[in-house]
Design a protein around this ligand. Structure first.
Ligand SMILES: [Zn+2]
Length: 118
């Protein structure tokens, strides 16, 4: 087998993946860095989404046409959680700012995190 890191032929056991401990370390470090980068990139998108919601919704509740949200660079693929109300409305949140899509009006109702009911 070839070393997964440097592609040199490995010797010894046939299932050996690396030619040396150094190559094993380097391979694992690179994989870890790639994974960290994926996490950092997704966090950036989530934070950007939150900033857009916050900027468009300074009072805590507002209706905006969907094009306003999308033109601001909002990425609908990324959100942190979903909150479904008793009557079945599904709000998606990016941290403490959320939105509900009203498809009849093609607009978004922007909200801030609901206060807990006591
Ligand atoms: Zn190697």
């Amino acid at each position: 087998m070839k070393c997964l890191q440097c592609e040199k032929e490995t010797f010894g056991r046939s299932d050996k993946k690396f030619c040396s401990p150094e190559c094993r370390n380097e391979y694992n470090n690179e994989r870890y860095r790639r994974e960290q980068k994926a996490v950092i990139d997704i966090n950036k998108t989530l934070k950007k989404n939150r900033m857009i919601l916050k900027r468009l919704n300074p009072e805590g509740k507002i209706v905006v046409p969907s094009e306003i949200l999308l033109k601001a660079g909002f990425d609908l693929e990324y959100f942190t959680n979903i909150y479904t109300t008793k009557n079945g409305r599904e709000y998606r949140f990016c941290y403490d700012y959320g939105y509900y899509y009203d498809d009849e009006k093609d607009s978004y109702l922007l909200v801030k995190k609901f206060e807990e009911d006591n």
